[in-house]
Design a protein around this ligand. Structure first.
Ligand SMILES: NC(=O)c1ccc[n+]([C@@H]2O[C@H](COP(=O)([O-])OP(=O)(O)OC[C@H]3O[C@@H](n4cnc5c(N)ncnc54)[C@H](O)[C@@H]3O)[C@@H](O)[C@H]2O)c1
Ligand SMILES: O=C(O)[C@H](O)[C@H](O)COP(=O)(O)O
Length: 388
């Protein structure tokens, strides 16, 4: 079996080496000629998988190590009898970590005492948005959810109208990108809806870029009383509007889901599907290839304010300002050298530093304290000092 795979899917040799011979490729520039002898194609979100790429090839299995599937023409694959598999939920906790860290920096910036009393509107409450809602409710946040499909299914969530959701202090987008059907999300936030957001509000998009009309957002940000904006995803990646990047409070290169754990889960999920399709037994290797949890030096005493401890723990694990400054620096260097900005954007993703999720960080705290409770609610491994 010949497997062609994106060079940015980690650990494939360990997980799929027994199924076939692996050839690594740049997923962004992949063309049909490179798939002549391939039976299997494994991609990330940067490869458009459709008739233009696959017609006339022998590829019979396509896997994407991602949650999102908008880059794959699944209907065409089904018509051709090509098996398709994705990795639902694989990096959901990584995206939740990104949002919690962004919120924590926002709270400090706005000089708010903590999560308690903050209102957050979540648009799309599936694997990512649903997990975020549970974390936020546990932290005492006033959460409002817009997710018409889940509301129609009778899910138990604090549903509200889109109008009400847009009045929250923070609005966070977690829908897939869809262009058809009653709940299509392409340009869901258009000029009219963006005009309802005002100064002091924060808009976060870590779903898919085209869910917000990026030109309309740029126009809105040029007007008075504009909201703060944190974008991880963009229209026309890897070449977002330069002025939009400049106007954002936090600009990151589509890395919200890029924790080490999230990437490894993505690999494991498509490897499992591939083994099943090939009729082979899956090697149980994830535990042995993942680095162990960090042995943290973080240690909080009775003196620390719970919100201060939570902020410091979140930042110790992941500070989105680091990704923001790396992206801006890379784009500025590309501009100065006359190099393409898209290559600089992609390079930030390819060379992304190892990022661990809160569950991998052990924090020592006084037993039974509010600090212990807050850290647990954000998913940290809490060691109460008396037991340490
Ligand atoms: N930035 C990143 O690195 C990153 C990482 C992971 C996922 N994502 C994106 O996040 C998206 C969501 O991930 P998920 O795992 O939660 O997907 P999911 O399919 O589990 O959930 C999506 C939710 O959106 C809801 N929805 C659909 N149309 C809607 C609409 N018009 N308005 C409101 N809600 C709507 C669905 O009912 C569903 O509950 C993915 O499709 C992917 O595009 C981005
Ligand atoms: O949909 C997803 O899972 C994420 O958007 C994905 O992790 C990020 O894109 P990628 O690194 O796979 O290109």
């Amino acid at each position: 079996m010949r497997i062609v795979a994106d060079e940015n899917i980690p650990l494939l040799e360990a997980f799929c080496g027994d199924v076939g011979a692996l050839t690594r490729v740049n997923g962004r520039s992949l063309i049909r000629d490179q798939l002549r002898d391939a039976d299997v194609l494994l991609v990330r979100s940067v490869t458009r998988v459709d008739a233009a790429l696959l017609a006339g090839t022998n590829v019979r299995f396509v896997g994407t190590a991602t949650i999102g599937t908008d880059h794959v023409d699944t209907q065409w694959l089904a018509r051709q009898g090509i098996t398709f598999s994705s990795a639902p939920g694989c990096n959901a906790s990584s995206v939740v970590q990104y949002v919690l860290s962004v919120l924590s920096v926002y709270l400090v910036r706005q000089q708010r005492p903590g999560f308690d009393g903050l209102s957050v509107g979540v648009i799309g409450a599936g694997n990512v948005g649903g997990a975020l809602v549970q974390r936020l409710l546990a932290l005492g946040v006033n959460v409002r959810v817009s997710d018409p499909p889940r509301q129609q299914q009778g899910a138990d969530l604090p549903f509200a109208s889109l109008d009400d959701v847009l009045q929250c202090d923070v609005v966070s987008l977690h829908t897939p990108l869809t262009t058809a059907g009653p709940h299509a999300t392409a340009h869901l936030l258009d000029a009219a809806l963006l005009s309802r957001l005002g100064a002091g509000q924060l808009l976060i998009n870590s779903g898919r870029g085209p869910v917000i009309d990026n030109r309309a957002l740029l126009e809105r940000m040029r007007e008075p009383e504009a909201p703060l904006v944190a974008l991880d995803v963009w229209e026309n990646e890897p070449e977002p509007l330069p002025e939009l990047v400049d106007s954002c409070w936090l600009a990151t290169p589509h890395i919200a889901g890029c924790s080490l754990e999230g990437k490894c889960r993505g690999t494991e999920m498509i490897a499992r599907a591939l083994h099943q399709w090939a009729g082979a037994d899956m090697p149980a290797r994830l535990a042995s290839v993942l680095p162990p949890p960090l042995l943290s030096e973080l240690h909080f005493t009775d003196q620390v304010e719970p919100m201060d401890a939570l902020h410091r723990a979140l930042m110790a694990c992941y500070d989105p300002r680091d990704d923001d400054s790396r992206l801006r620096g890379a784009l500025a260097r590309a501009d100065a050298a006359g190099n393409p900005r898209g290559a600089a954007f992609d390079e930030q993703r390819k060379r992304y530093p190892v990022r661990r999720e809160p569950s991998s960080l052990a924090v020592r705290v006084p037993p039974g304290s509010d600090t212990a409770k807050g850290l647990s609610k954000c998913g940290f491994e809490v060691i109460e000092a008396s037991k340490a």
